[in-house]
Write a protein that binds this ligand. Structure first.
Ligand code: BTN
Length: 246
């Protein structure tokens, strides 16, 4: 089994959530360490905004624990999303894969992965990532159409994909540490779906329509509306059909 040079790796048969396992490690270990935990099965996987993450066997469930200054937490989402996209393209160079703000990877316009950031001890941040390798969970909770790599004709397994993904994450993290967020943001925007075109953002209490004008230096969504550029800090993005997108 491959080891990861920059990470202390634990691979489990079953856990509640790999995010919980990383939190335990971060609470008891000396600072400066980086952790990665994978599990073949999760029996209480969590998604964003209190949703559950249905964890079908054969898919990838992985969490990373690393120290990140709080000001950079939002930026991590973009680093990890871009790394996932690059990993899919490395495994399947012709794949139709794009990024959806803030942290989804779309394959054939369907969600293939999910990212959940949670705070742990000290400055530790836990980045949990689920990738639909062999099957896409269908349930009533689903906000956006889903797909697996296998359904898109991409044959790989969770451990092979993990290795490609961690390599790409390491590369992007190093670049971020060396050059800051600008090159990550530029690359992320190159692969973003509907840049300059119509989107709908569902927020907790309201919905806004506008043109997707990019993201700022913190990763905040910029929405062009008749009243100017508005900053959106949290929400779920949906796309307008071409005829609605005037
Ligand atoms: C989303 O709602 O899109 C985020 C889903 C994140 C799921 C992953 S699977 C590994 C890690 N453990 C969890 O309990 N959640 C994340």
């Amino acid at each position: 089994m491959t080891e990861f040079a920059n990470w202390q790796w634990t691979d489990l048969e079953e856990t509640s959530s790999t995010n919980d396992e990383v939190k335990k490690l971060c609470a008891t270990s000396p600072t400066g360490k980086r952790f990665v935990v994978t599990a073949a099965r999760q029996n209480a996987g969590r998604g964003r905004r209190g949703r559950s993450w249905v964890s079908l066997e054969g898919n990838l469930f992985v969490s990373f624990g690393l120290e990140v200054v709080p000001a950079d937490w939002g930026r991590m989402t973009f680093i990890i999303g871009l790394s996932l996209l690059e990993a899919v393209l490395e495994v399947a160079p012709q794949a139709d894969v794009r990024l959806k703000w803030p942290n989804d990877v779309l394959l054939n316009d369907r969600k293939v992965s999910g990212i959940l950031l949670e705070k742990a001890a000290g400055d530790y941040l836990v980045i949990g990532v689920g990738v639909n390798i062999v099957a896409a969970p269908q349930n009533d909770n689903i906000l956006y159409p889903v797909i697996s790599l296998r359904e898109a004709g991409i044959r790989t397994d969770r451990m092979t994909f993990l290795q490609v993904f961690v390599r790409s994450f390491d590369r992007n993290l190093e670049r971020f540490e060396r050059e800051g967020f600008a090159p990550i943001r530029e690359n992320w925007l190159k692969h973003a779906k509907n840049l300059g075109a119509g989107i709908v953002v569902n927020m907790e209490r309201e919905q806004k329509n506008g043109k997707f004008a990019g993201v700022d230096e913190n990763g905040v969504l910029l929405l062009k509306t008749p009243s100017g550029i508005e900053k959106i800090y949290a929400g779920d993005v949906f796309y307008l059909k071409e005829k609605e997108d005037k």
